[in-house]
Structures are given as structure tokens and as C-alpha cells.
Write a protein of this length. Sequence first.
Length: 104
Amino acid sequence: MYAIIRTGGKQHKVSKGDVLKVEKLEKKVGEKVEFEEVLLVGGDKAGVKIGQPMVADAKVVATVVSEGKTKKVLVFKKKRRKQYRRTQGHRQNYTAVKVEDIIA
């Protein structure tokens, strides 16, 4: 069974046991998280349920595994022949969650 959820402005395809990195959540390691914005549920005998826009009474339960920062992304600006160069780095915060259950 799998589901497509929306969190942090992005959509993720998840199934039971998956570990995924989502935008930073205000939860501590070991706490439960419920994602209630479920857009699609499928992969079982009942077939695919597509939400309009959300699937009614569906949620994904996950546990926070860790928190951290991603690899550094360099932003480099340059204007040719003008001696203009700017370098800036960015590391995005994330929360790693492990999917425990998909409730359809």
C-alpha cells in the first residue's frame, strides 16, 4: 500500500517502512507525526482512491527519526566583463521521519 502526501509545499510518495526527509517540523526525535493531507491512496485490493483534493478520513502516521541539514548548495552570481561575482551558500533544515502506518 502506498500514499501520496503533501507536506512543506512538496508531495511525497510513501509506503510503510519508508524513511523520508521532509521540511523541518517542530517535533522532537521519537514523537509521532500525522500527515492528514493525503492526496492519493493505492496499492491495496480496493484499488486507487483519489482525493478531491484530499482523501476523506485518510492519514499517514510516522515517527521522527532525526533532524539535520542537507548538503550545501552554492549560489553563484556573475556579470561578465564587470568584475562582479557573488557566492552564497545555503543548507536547508530537514526532519527525517519513518512511516509507521497508512490509514485509508
